[in-house]
Write a protein that binds this ligand. Structure first.
Ligand SMILES: [Zn+2]
Length: 168
């Protein structure tokens, strides 16, 4: 595989300068100039972004605009919207990447692996042949696509097939 397809994620600079202070998801929500914006969808309740450190191409984060840290804090309105949004964004990701499966879920709390306290759902497309060997050799994850490119690709599809709030 050509080396340009292998990007060590350490080299991807999420932050334009030094890492900003505060909650990164709140900074994305607030359109902080310090953050590289990978948002592909936004409404008055939720934002969907490409993960800064993707596990696979098309790895997304869905998070509420409100900084909450526990799923029990969702309002009913948020829960209904979220369920519809996940279905919507799976359709979009299917169109872009045609993965053979998905991992969808929360890491809630630091001990469960949540490096960001602001509640967020990971949507991780899975493929039959994933990059495992490079992981082992390098001891770290590698990417097959720049997250900025992923965001561009998905944004085009979101514009072409907008989410309908009336469905939720
Ligand atoms: Zn936050």
């Amino acid at each position: 595989m050509p080396s340009k397809y292998f990007l060590n994620f350490d080299k991807i600079n999420y932050f334009k300068n030094k890492p900003p202070r505060g909650c990164i998801l709140c900074l994305i929500r607030d359109n902080s100039p310090e953050i590289v914006d990978l948002t592909i969808y936004r409404d008055e309740l939720f934002i969907i972004t490409v993960n800064l450190y993707p596990y696979n191409p098309g790895h997304l984060l869905v998070f509420p605009l409100r900084h909450i840290e526990d799923i029990r804090e969702y309002t009913e309105k948020e829960e209904i919207r979220l369920a519809a949004l996940i279905k919507y964004i799976l359709d979009i990701t299917d169109k872009a990447y045609a993965p053979s499966g998905y991992n969808i879920g929360y890491n809630m709390g630091l001990t469960a692996g949540a490096s960001i306290r602001h509640l967020h759902i990971h949507i991780i497309p899975r493929f039959p042949r994933e990059i495992g060997i490079a992981d082992l050799i390098a001891g770290k994850r590698v990417l097959v696509e720049d997250p900025g490119r992923t965001a561009e690709k998905l944004k085009v599809l979101v514009v072409q097939s907008p989410f309908s709030i009336s469905n939720s």
